[in-house]
Structures are given as C-alpha cells and as structure tokens.
Design a protein around this ligand. Structure first.
Ligand code: GCU
Length: 330
C-alpha cells in the first residue's frame, strides 16, 4: 500500500513539472540562441543584451530564448566574429574596431576626430548614413541590427602623463587589433601594441606597455586604474558598437521573427544609451576618487593631435571621401 501511494505521488509530481502556476503546459522554446559579450555583467552593453533577450522572449511568447554570455566566455571579440561567420555564435555586441578588420568600410565610422561630439555621432548613426552602414555588413556572413554607445576613447598611462603631442614619442600604447588603430598611434609618434581587451591589465601591470586607451566605463570596469596613474581626456575617437546576428540564424528566421528581433535590438540600444550616459559620469568619479589623475587636454593641443592623424583619412578611407565630407559637414 505504502509503495502504491509513493508511486502515485511520483506520477503526480512528474505531471505537475510540465505545468506552470496557471496549470498551462510550458512549451520548450523553439530556438535557443547564444549572445556573446566581452564586458562584465553590470556593464551597460551587457545590461542592454539582457534587455534585448527579455524583450525577444516576451514578444515571441517564449518561442525564442537568447542566452547571454558576458566576460568573453565565448571568446575575444575577433574570435567571436570569426565564429559567427560560420554560425558558431548567434548574436554579439562588438566594437567597430574589431568588426572593421572583417568589413573595412566600417573604418569610416571610427576615424579619429571624425565627430564633433556625442550628439554629432548620434545624428549620423540614427540617420540615413547610420542605416546604410548597418547594411554594410550584408555579404560578410553577419547582419548588423543596431548601434550601441561606447562614448569617447582617451589615452591613459602608467608612469608618464600625456599632456602634449611630444609626450607620445616612443610610448608603447595598447590598441585594439585594428590596422587603423595601430596607424593612429604611429601617426602620433607612439609604438602600437595591438592585443585583445582581456590581456591589457597584465600588460600594464608588468610594464609590457606604457599605456592604453579606452572610455571611462571600460577603464573602471577592467580596474586598469589600479595600475595606471594618468588619464588624459583627449577623446581621440568615438568608436560605435554594433549588435550582430550571424546570417545562418538570420536566414532561418521567419520575416515576423526578424522584425521582432530588429525592433527589440533598436529598443535595447536606446536603453543601453541611457545607461551609458549615467555610467560615464559615475566611472569618471570612481577612478578619480581612487587616485587616478585626470588631465583635460586643451583644445589647441587636441588640434595638434587631430592634424597629425589627418593623412590616415586618405590612407584608410580614400573610397569614401564623399561620405566623410558629408559626416564632417553635418
Ligand atoms: C571597449 C569595447 C569593447 C572592446 C574594448 C577594447 O571597451 O566596449 O567591446 O573590446 O573597448 O578596447 O578592446
């Protein structure tokens, strides 16, 4: 008797496990997709990814589940892009510096000193030019969905501060693995050290490099301020970031699902932009309070940096002078 009661209990539990609180059967998702991120969980871009995943899940009634992997768990950015071209990862958010190595036209949007300020960059990305650059990924095995914010990048150094152009002489500066970024350092008189984001902390700590460059939130989140004394706000680049989906996944989705995914990507990007603005101020304050000296570069000196890199416009983007002129004139 006891055994029969036990068996009935086990059957009841098994039957209930397929039901949610409303006694409805919970269907398994039709698709489970991966989303690669190289930032830490609390970072604005990762928060944007979580938002994106939850919007998609909600709007497809649970048919599409997106699992976000932060902290470069699926690999460094360049490796993620390469995996995506073969369908190994479904979604990601990457810096345009990494993507430009696969789709060189993106170099245009990351040229140093291209935008006057954040508002100028967003006018471009939110307008016709931004839309046409999203389409530029077509044919590369990737589809670009939306623009994420990554603010402005500036130099930071361990032992010697950068105040003037001459201070760049011989400085070994880490850059992203992008030919354009290496060329920028050479044009400024420094020695480029391209390496993945994940390797920068130890390179700074061991003295393998003299400095690096990034935005305040990344500088804070990676704790580079622990091994760096000076942050020079020169804002030499604004490198937008882009949400990508591999064409393998894009092509197996219905038109309705594609529309949902595109709309959720754009909505998550707006959410990320708001978080970004707040985080920039918080991060700057945080690194200052931890003893990092923040140097604001005067405009006259910034102009000298700008003049030094201008020949790169022709070197990297000679086919796109019309678009560049249009951006600069907007
Ligand atoms: C930013 C960007 C990252 C990128 C990093 C880098 O932090 O958000 O995606 O990898 O710059 O300098 O490599």
């Amino acid at each position: 008797m006891k055994n029969i009661r036990m068996m009935l209990l086990i059957f009841a539990a098994a039957a209930l496990s397929g039901c949610d609180n409303n006694n409805q059967k919970t269907a398994a998702p039709e698709f489970v997709f991966s989303y690669a991120e190289n930032q830490a969980a609390g970072f604005p871009t990762v928060q944007g990814a979580y938002k994106f995943a939850s919007l998609v899940n909600e709007r497809t009634g649970g048919r599409i589940e997106i699992q976000v992997y932060p902290n470069a768990e699926l690999g460094e950015e360049q490796s993620v892009i390469a995996q995506m071209q073969f369908g190994g990862v479904d979604f990601s958010r990457v810096s345009l510096s990494s993507l430009s190595e696969f789709v060189p036209k993106y170099n245009v949007l990351q040229l140093p000193f291209l935008y006057k300020d954040a508002a100028h960059m967003w006018r471009i990305l939110d307008g016709r030019i931004g839309e046409s650059f999203l389409a530029a990924a077509d044919g590369s095995g990737l589809a670009a969905l939306s623009w994420y914010d990554a603010g402005a990048r500036s130099f930071y150094t361990c032992d010697r501060p950068i105040r003037r152009l001459e201070d760049m002489n011989g400085m070994k500066i880490r850059v992203q693995e992008s030919a354009l970024m290496s060329s920028m350092i050479k044009s400024l008189g420094g020695v480029p050290a391209p390496m993945p984001y994940e390797k920068v902390y130890s390179a700074l700590q061991t003295g393998a490099i003299d400095g690096a460059e990034n935005n305040f939130p990344s500088f804070e989140s990676t704790r580079h301020y622990e091994v760096v004394k000076y942050f020079t706000v020169d804002e030499h680049t604004r490198v937008p970031e882009v949400q990508l989906i591999t064409s393998f996944t894009w092509e197996k989705l219905s038109l309705t699902d594609r529309e949902i995914i595109k709309a959720c990507a754009v909505e998550s990007a707006r959410y990320e932009r708001d978080l970004w603005r707040e985080r920039e101020t918080v991060s700057e304050e945080a690194v200052r309070s931890r003893g990092c000296e923040i140097i604001r570069m005067p405009d006259e000196e910034r102009t000298r940096f700008m003049e030094a890199v201008l020949p790169m416009y022709k070197e990297f983007c000679s086919e796109y002078t019309d678009i560049i002129d249009e951006i600069r004139g907007s």
